[in-house]
Design a protein. Structure first.
Length: 284
C-alpha cells in the first residue's frame, strides 16, 4: 500500500505541474479529466503463435482490464467498452483484473454488465491487486453470481482433440500467491498456452517456463499520463518494465493493456483507455 500511496502522490504532483504549465487552461483541464479518460481506443494486433493448431488460425481474443469501477470510472464507460467488444464478435474474452478501486461492492454493479459480453468460447477472468486489497471474497462472489469464471492458478482447455488452446490465469502477483506450475498442470502436451497475469513485469519469470506463448496483463494503465519521447515516469510496482503494448520476452509474447479505468488523480494524457482485439495466427 505504501507503493500505491507513493504512486498517487507522484501522479498528483505531476497533475499540479500540468495545471501550472501549458495544460493549465480550461480546454487542457477538461481534456485530461473529462475527454481522454472517456475516449476509448480499439487496439488491434496480430500475434504469431508457435504450434498454433490450424483450427485456431484467425482466432480472435478480446482483452479488457483495470475497470476500477467507482468512484472515478462510471458504468456507462464499461457499457461502451462492452458494446465495442461485442461488435468484434470475438472467439474469447479475457479480463485481466482490478475490477474495483476502493468501493468493493461496485463489483455487483460491474459484473452483470461484463456478463453481457458475448464470445463463442466464453469469458474468463483473473484477479488484480486492488481486488485483493479491497476484499477478494466479495469480488469473487460478484464474479461468480454473474457466472464469470475465475482462473486462479488454474486453466481450461479451449477446443478439442489435437486442436486445443490452453487458457490459464494466475493469482495476483503483488499481493497473492501465483503458482504457474499449478495453473499449467492440466495443460495438454504441446498446446499453446495463453496466460492471464495482472502484473506485466512477471513476464520475466513466466517466460522461463517455455509453455506460455502469450501473456496478457494490465495493471500499469500505461502510466495514465505519457509525454512524447519520455513516456510515463509514474508507474506502479511490477508494471515498470513492460508498461504498455506488445513485447517479446524470451520466446513468449506479452501484451500490456492500458485499462478502462483510472486511479487518483483521474487524469489521462496521451494514454487513452482501451479495448484490445488480438488475432492469433500460426508462427514459428
Amino acid at each position: 500500500m505504501k507503493d500505491q500511496i507513493t504512486r498517487r502522490g507522484l501522479l498528483k504532483a505531476f497533475a499540479h505541474v500540468m495545471i501550472g504549465g501549458t495544460l493549465a487552461t480550461v480546454p487542457g483541464y477538461l481534456y485530461t479529466t473529462e475527454l481522454e479518460p472517456e475516449w476509448l481506443s480499439l487496439e488491434r494486433l496480430t500475434i504469431p503463435i508457435r504450434r498454433l493448431p490450424l483450427a485456431f488460425e484467425g482466432f480472435k481474443i478480446v482483452q479488457m482490464s483495470d475497470f476500477h469501477l467507482l468512484p472515478f470510472t462510471k458504468i456507462d464507460l464499461v457499457r461502451e467498452a462492452v458494446a465495442i467488444a461485442n461488435k468484434l464478435k470475438p472467439d474469447l474474452v479475457l479480463l485481466t483484473g482490478d475490477y474495483v478501486l476502493s468501493i468493493v461492492d461496485s463489483i455487483f454493479e460491474l459484473a452483470p454488465v461484463l456478463a453481457t459480453l458475448d464470445a463463442k468460447n466464453g469469458i474468463f477472468t483473473c484477479l488484480g491487486n486492488h481486488d485483493l486489497w479491497t476484499d477478494e471474497a466479495v469480488v469473487r462472489t460478484g464474479l461468480e453470481e454473474s457466472k464469470l469464471p475465475l482462473l486462479k492458478n488454474a486453466g481450461v482447455e479451449i477446443g478439442s482433440g489435437r486442436s486445443v488452446l490452453y487458457v490459464a490465469g494466475l493469482d495476483d502477483g503483488w499481493s497473492g500467491n501465483p503458482d504457474l506450475s499449478r495453473a499449467l498442470e492440466d495443460a495438454p502436451h504441446g498446446a499453446p498456452v495463453i496466460l492471464m497475469h495482472h502484473e506485466p513485469d512477471f513476464a520475466d519469470v513466466n517466460s522461463r517456463d517455455g509453455r506460455v506463448a502469450l501473456q496478457l496483463s494490465g495493471h500499469s494503465h500505461g502510466g495514465q499520463v505519457r509525454l512524447p519521447i519520455i513516456g510515463s515516469f509514474v508507474l506502479p510496482e511490477y508494471g515498470q518494465k513492460y508498461d504498455m503494448g506488445l513485447y517479446r520476452v524470451n520466446d513468449m509474447w506479452l501484451y500490456t493493456n492500458r485499462g478502462i479505468g483510472v486511479i487518483a488523480p483521474p487524469v489521462r494524457f496521451n494514454c487513452r483507455p482501451e479495448v484490445t482485439e488480438i488475432t492469433l495466427v500460426q508462427g514459428r
